[in-house]
Design a protein around this ligand. Structure first.
Ligand code: ATP
Length: 618
């Protein structure tokens, strides 16, 4: 490792090499989808999220939209009246009274326009926020149900991106996009009619620039959007790296890999800056291009307008009104281009969201699945074959039996299939061949919840959630009383250490319980399992060695925990293994030896070898 770090120092030109590594490590394939064609069915599915709110909220939004548009479009007309009838009438003197009336009317219209805008935004924000809330909540509920298999195939970061970024990217569409589109359509239609009514020749001439404007608005915007998405992607890579760096900071520092990590970060940071520069440069082109096209339209308007005034076909006031309307004309066209792009982004995001939502949990209740009654704890594996990946069996025909109340220790070399057996017993995966029976019930024929409720699991990596110590123990059974929680902690000898914490059971533990020792975390998870009071207990024993005093505590706690339950333990400590009723020795997915400690030692086979090796290293 050290040499690798030195190589970085000596060869800064190896940046390219670093880059390849980073791209390998932090790219999630799903995040690459940037553009997506419009899909009507998907669009309808997405907008079905608006349905619960549409009836109550859309009518006021539509009303406010119409009111806002009508007032906006009336102002230029009043301006033309002010010029032609009050300031410079053809057949009489200036009329200040009319001018005051018209000015007052314009002020009133502006107030109405402002008020309708305020209400409209209020309602659309409510709709948008509720839709996003529902969507995010549906997605989270769904991914909670997905099986291990689903998570095996995806990095946590990519799942997080969908629940956060993808859902967020729909926010704009639901809060502003839909309503803006409505406003724009109404406004555009109104302006076209008014322009043609004022002077159809001038109207048509000005509209020549519309296709150019629309093209810029859609095409260039598309490029800009893709460029910004690239920026987002690069930032999401930075996030992934940051996440990994923070989670793995102990290992990084232990292996003195900080320098290499900084190099990784610098390359990604540089990449992000580069794509930001590119996107920003493109963005800057947009405004001037739109202005130039608008300028051409205005040029045509005034050249032709003046000509028409000379011919007596148009008044000055109407030309001013015309120019105002034309000014208002570009705005919706421009925004519609933006909306079109927003829609394409929404298509890509919603496709990713719905892909997850359509993912059926591999492990689900089959039709007619029955409730598993309270079990005694008789477990049988009958010729169980299982593979995580096709063609690579992890278990190759396992036959085993556990009587109610028996404790079974699973031992074997790393990768021999111990954890797989306990994963299958809880039905986190379905087997490929054979059957697993609990009290005579095939576990595939019973409701998953009724099965898992009767199995308690204590994993090697005891997961401590952020919250209090009490909350963490209560996780075993949510309706447990404080007394029951303390009784469970006392039974596994965790009470004393808990009471020594600053706030006892109410002490907040940081994420993953970093402030607790390995042994303390283990005892907490025992208390959690005891509280759940399962008929079957699965225990993946921690491999890390702990001090003798804690070891004794854990062994005593285990005795309490195992009493009267059928248990399967992936055991590493000799003391745990020796006290098991039956030891099963696995090798390459097959059972090689079965018996108790004495029988297996006498056999002088794999088990004996493993025990002797453990003593040698102790
Ligand atoms: N999620 C997974 N996807 C694909 N293969 C897996 C998965 N989990 C385990 N395997 C493979 O299945 C085999 C058995 O793994 P298992 O985790 O059951 O071994 P183990 O005996 O518990 O090992 P250890 O003592 O190291 O925990 C191994 O070859 C492993 O690479």
């Amino acid at each position: 490792m050290g040499t690798e770090t030195q190589t970085w120092k000596q060869k800064p030109q190896s940046k390219g090499k670093v880059k390849t590594k980073i791209e390998d490590r932090f790219v999630y394939q799903d995040d690459e989808i940037i553009d997506k064609a419009f899909d009507w069915q998907q669009f309808r599915r997405l907008f079905s999220y608006m349905k619960p709110y549409a009836r109550k909220m859309l009518p006021p939004v539509i009303l406010m939209t119409i009111l806002g548009t009508v007032t906006k479009l009336t102002v230029p007309f009043l301006t033309s009246l002010a010029i032609d009838k009050a300031i410079a009438p053809e057949d009489g003197p200036t009329s200040l009274t009319l001018l005051y009336i018209l000015t007052a009317l314009v002020v009133v219209l502006y107030i109405v326009q402002w008020a309708s805008g305020v209400y409209r935004i209020k309602y659309t924000n409510v709709i948008g926020q509720r839709v996003i809330y529902d969507l995010r909540s549906d997605l989270f509920r769904h991914i909670q149900k997905l099986s291990f298999n689903f998570y095996d195939k995806r990095p946590a970061g990519s799942v997080m991106v969908r629940v956060t970024n993808d859902v967020n990217s729909l926010q704009d569409l639901f809060t502003n996009g839909v309503v803006n589109l409505m406003i724009d359509c109404v406004q555009l239609a109104g302006i076209v009619v008014i322009l043609l009514l004022i002077n159809w020749k001038l109207g048509l001439a000005v509209m020549i620039t519309v296709p150019v404007m629309f093209l810029i608005s859609t095409r260039l915007r598309r490029k800009i959007r893709i460029a910004w998405q690239e920026v987002r992607m690069k930032n999401s890579r930075i996030n992934s790296h940051l996440n990994e760096s923070i989670q793995g900071i102990r290992v990084t520092q232990a292996y003195t890999q900080e320098h290499e990590n900084i190099q990784y970060f610098d390359v990604m940071n540089g990449d992000s800056k580069k794509s930001w520069d590119k996107a920003s440069a493109m963005n800057q082109m947009f405004g001037p291009l739109i202005d130039i096209t608008g300028g051409v339209g205005t040029f045509i308007l005034f050249i032709l307008g003046v000509h028409l005034i000379q011919q007596g076909q148009l008044t000055i006031g109407l030309l001013v009104a015309f120019s105002n309307y034309v000014g208002n004309f570009w705005e919706p066209i421009n925004r519609m281009g933006q909306m079109y792009n927003q829609l394409l982004v929404a298509m890509a995001s919603s496709e990713r969201i719905f892909e997850f939502m359509d993912e059926e949990p591999d492990i689900a209740d089959k039709p007619g699945a029955v409730e598993l009654p309270t079990i005694k704890g008789d477990i049988r594996f009958k010729h169980v074959v299982f593979e995580y990946e096709e063609g690579r069996p992890a278990l190759k025909g396992i036959d085993l039996q556990a009587e109610p109340g028996q404790s079974i220790a699973l031992v074997g070399h790393t990768g021999s299939g111990k954890s797989t057996i306990i994963n299958l017993l809880s039905r986190f995966y379905d087997i490929n061949q054979g059957e697993i029976l609990i009290d005579g019930y095939d576990i595939r024929d019973v409701k998953v919840k009724s099965l898992r409720k009767q199995i308690g699991i204590v994993l090697q990596d005891t997961f401590i959630f952020s919250g209090t110590i009490r909350d963490n123990i209560r996780f075993g059974r949510l309706d447990a009383t404080d007394e029951e929680i303390e009784a469970a902690a006392k039974a596994v000898d965790a009470h004393d250490f808990i009471m020594k914490l600053p706030k006892g059971y109410n002490t907040e533990v940081e994420e993953r319980g970093n402030a607790l020792s390995m042994g303390q975390r283990q005892l907490l998870s025992f208390a959690r399992a005891l509280l759940a009071d399962p008929r079957i207990l699965i225990l993946d024993e921690a491999t890390a060695s702990i001090d003798t005093e804690t070891e004794v505590k854990i062994q005593n706690a285990l005795k309490v925990l195992l009493k009267g339950r059928t248990s399967f333990m992936v055991a590493h400590r000799l003391s745990t293994i020796r006290s098991a009723d039956k030891i099963i020795v696995l090798d390459h997915g097959e059972i090689q030896e079965v018996g108790n400690h004495e029988q297996l030692m006498e056999r002088k086979g794999i088990y004996c070898g493993l025990v002797e090796a453990q003593f040698r290293y102790m």
